[in-house]
Design a protein around this ligand. Structure first.
Ligand code: F6R
Length: 262
């Protein structure tokens, strides 16, 4: 070994299916909440974490998982959507998690895409994360183009919370949640790649064949801003929990939670 920097790699856990992925992620999050009740959680939206949130809600209701001291920061929000719009991430978080657990409203942070001065709002969001002591555990999904948060391909590795223009791929992918492509906002606020990398622990979830290529590029491809998730190769504690379809284009051998036997 030449005394260069230690290379770290992404830990990959392959689950049988979406539900096993969701339950495993929820169990890891619940364990960190139990060991540090005032944990600072970074949260994602989208189709992927819905099952994980459903399981966390079940754990709150059936096992008393306590969110009373938990602090949260969401990754992103659309610019220009009213906070109560059915497709806003504020609304999503209420519907999938916050309305069903005992989290304090004042402990919830989601970028406000309706803020009058968006630049100032982004700076204040970064400050609020710092003031809370930094993010302990960041949950991520991944876009088909390798985006994390709304850091689209080409996003600088040193980027921080800011306003970004959404790519056509992302707008088309998210049109399924809106009436038509025209209704999908063109811009969003997102935590930056450097902001995400400062989280002490990162969990990325991915499910389905349409994520397989992005996952393979992020884990085994070159580290490049063209695949924003590839920056995670440099994180000291990053785990991808992915189902076998999302894992289908990986070449290496990784931990599996199920046996290959039929
Ligand atoms: C959402 C977010 C996005 C999504 C990604 C995957 O807060 O940060 O990066 O995680 O677009 O979305 P789904 O899960 O809908 O495939």
């Amino acid at each position: 070994m030449s005394g260069g920097s230690e290379s770290v790699s992404i830990k990959v856990v392959i689950t049988k299916d979406y539900w096993e992925m969701s339950r495993l992620a929820a169990r890891i999050i619940a364990d960190v909440i139990r060991s540090k009740p005032n944990i600072v959680l970074g949260l994602a939206t989208g189709g992927t974490p819905e099952g994980c949130y459903r399981e966390l809600v079940r754990m709150h209701k059936e096992e008393g998982l306590d969110f009373s001291q938990v602090i949260t920061f969401n990754l992103d929000e659309y610019v220009g959507l009213p906070l109560d719009h059915p497709q806003s991430y504020h609304h999503y978080m209420d519907v999938h998690l916050f309305n069903h657990v005992n989290i304090k409203r004042e402990n919830i942070h989601i970028p406000d895409g309706t803020a009058e001065d968006l630049e100032k709002h982004c700076r204040e969001y970064e400050e609020a994360i710092k003031k809370a002591g930094g993010i302990d555990l960041q949950l991520l999904g991944i876009g088909r183009n390798g985006h994390i948060g709304f850091n689209e391909p080409g996003s600088p590795f040193n980027s921080r919370t800011r306003v970004v223009k959404l790519t056509e791929t992302t707008r088309r992918d998210n049109a399924r949640f809106f009436g038509s492509l025209d209704e999908v906002p063109t811009h969003a606020i997102t935590m930056g790649l450097a902001t995400i990398m400062e989280a002490r622990k990162i969990l990325l979830l991915a499910s389905g064949l349409n994520k397989a290529e992005a996952v393979a590029k992020a884990v085994e491809g070159p580290k490049t801003p063209d695949v924003p998730a590839s920056i995670l190769q440099d994180h000291p504690d990053c785990t991808f929990i992915i189902d076998r379809e999302a894992a289908s284009k990986l070449k290496g051998r990784y931990e599996k939670t199920f046996s290959d036997e039929r």
